[in-house]
Design a protein around this ligand. Structure first.
Ligand code: GYE
Length: 338
């Protein structure tokens, strides 16, 4: 009898302990209540951390939305999957954040979740890459780059490089095209500019094309395969859709002992991170089109205006430029913030 009593008491204690534990656990959709200290809560969904550029964007947003300025930033990394980003936005909605900032991995597939944010009355700022939605009212504003313009800048520089001074004609070119994440605005715009150039120059051909996912590792494999299948003599240009891909292509060319830069295959790249500009000044990368990751202050301006009840422009393009060996110097590189 005594034994049964002890067992019953132990079970009771266990059940009580479990219940207390369950009640003190915070569910993942915990309501964020910063009214006490009056902080404005911003949920920031990034697609991943595939490049140094993206890390710079994350830092810029984190530096802009600080508690000292009256904000609390909740940062989520989507680990390169749209489904994760959608889940993260739903968590922000459940938490009742004041604003959502979304850098979308690809352009399409956001209608439903943006509709949910709208229904919850949470303004959404799209940054970096854009979305394509059925109804523009599903987001409040976009801040980011004009990717077709970036691609066109790269192409006009390539045309200059390939200009035959004697004839005034643009020389023929066999191009390896290493694309970024398919379906992202950055890939779509930069690829589109190359496609338009191929239509304009019938002596330009893409001899090898694959998706490098904006990463060095993938691009290195792609360039190694291109060199094997096409051969270095059959390649004049490698058009990389970001710096990580340019680093990967360069690594593959180094491994294969292939000449690039001024004396060999021309490397075209986007982002213009400092580490890449060093190679550009050295003549290893021929064109660097800047993509500005310092978007935090732009987003901060929009949200603080909205917070004061003001209106904001639907589209804001960040300021960007391009670099070749001719307009670069060590001083310029040292002064830059990314
Ligand atoms: O060029 C690349 C990054 O969306 C503009 O994504 C961005 C691109 C950038 O991973 O480095």
């Amino acid at each position: 009898m005594r034994k049964i009593k002890i067992i019953l008491v132990s079970v009771l204690i266990l059940v009580l302990a479990l219940l207390t534990f369950a009640c003190t656990q915070k569910p993942s959709g915990e309501i964020v209540d910063d009214e006490e200290n009056d902080l404005v809560v911003v949920g920031f969904s990034q697609p991943g951390a595939e490049s140094a550029w993206r890390v710079a964007l994350t830092d810029s947003v984190k530096d802009s939305f600080t508690e000292a300025r009256g904000y609390r930033l909740i940062y989520k990394d989507g680990k390169s999957k749209q489904d994760n980003q959608i889940r993260d936005i739903r968590t922000f909605i459940q938490q009742g954040v004041d604003y959502i900032v979304l850098s979308p991995i690809v352009e399409t597939g956001w209608d439903t979740v943006l509709d949910e944010a709208k229904a919850a009355g949470i303004p959404v700022i799209i940054c970096d890459r854009n979305v394509v939605v059925s109804n523009e009212s599903l987001y409040t504003a976009f801040v980011g780059s004009d990717f077709i313009a970036e691609g066109e800048t790269a192409i006009s520089n390539l045309e200059n490089i390939l200009l035959d001074e004697e004839t005034g004609e643009v020389k023929s070119a066999n191009i390896v095209h290493i694309q970024g994440t398919i379906g992202s605005s950055a890939q779509i715009g930069r690829s589109k500019a190359l496609e338009n150039a191929l239509e304009k120059h019938d002596n330009w051909n893409v001899v090898y094309e694959d998706c490098g996912e904006f990463t060095k590792a993938k691009a290195r494999e792609i360039m190694a395969s291109a060199l094997q299948e096409v051969g270095a003599d059959g390649i004049d240009v490698v058009y990389c859709e970001n710096d990580e891909e340019a680093f990967g292509a360069i690594a593959a060319m180094n491994e294969a002992g292939v000449k690039y830069g001024e004396e060999g295959i021309k490397v075209i790249s986007f982002d213009a991170m400092n580490t890449a500009l060093v190679l550009c000044l050295d003549g290893q990368i021929s064109v660097e089109v800047e993509c500005n990751p310092l978007q935090g202050p732009y987003i901060y301006n929009l949200i603080s205006r909205l917070n004061r009840g003001g209106a904001v422009p639907k589209i804001t393009y960040v300021k960007e430029q391009y670099f070749t060996k001719d307009n670069l110097s060590n001083e310029i590189i040292e002064k830059r913030k990314f």
